[in-house]
Design a protein around this ligand. Structure first.
Ligand code: 5GP
Length: 124
């Protein structure tokens, strides 16, 4: 089944400059910005500029250049925030689809840090 990308999603609008964002990092294929509703002192979203719906879509169909650029940008942000090697750590989350409770259907990583984040999942 082909991945159907909705170009009216909020991150597509951010990428087109129709909605403002607080940019943390930008490269040829990747944009990172502050989450509008932070769940931790550091809450950064990292997105590819290309039209990918989920992590698996990106992994399956993005070019090697896009994939490398995305992960190098991620590494640079973690380093800039001082939460990686030698720091207090962070949590990286990517929600996909309905069971994953993905609200915005454009692939994104959440980088959460700056406090002890507690258990990975809540029992529901
Ligand atoms: P998801 O539930 O899809 O994994 O996460 C979507 C995230 O996007 C949420 O954490 C939400 O706060 C964030 N978000 C939703 N709309 C906007 C927006 O207009 N600007 C920014 N910066 N973040 C947004």
């Amino acid at each position: 089944m082909a991945y159907a990308y909705d170009d009216q999603n909020i991150f597509a609008k951010i990428l087109r400059g129709e909605i403002p964002n607080s940019t943390v990092a930008e490269s040829e294929h990747t944009l990172a910005f502050l989450d509008i509703s932070p769940q931790a002192p550091v809450h950064i979203l990292v997105i590819p500029k290309g039209q990918y719906v989920t992590a698996d879509h990106f992994a399956a169909e993005a070019s090697p250049e896009e994939i490398t650029d995305f992960w190098k940008t991620f590494a640079q942000i973690v380093s800039d925030q001082g939460v990686g090697d030698g720091g207090n750590g962070y949590r990286m989350i990517s929600n996909s689809g309905s069971d994953g409770v993905q609200d915005v259907p454009h692939f994104h990583l959440h980088i959460l840090a700056g406090r002890r984040l507690g258990p990975m999942l809540q029992r529901v």
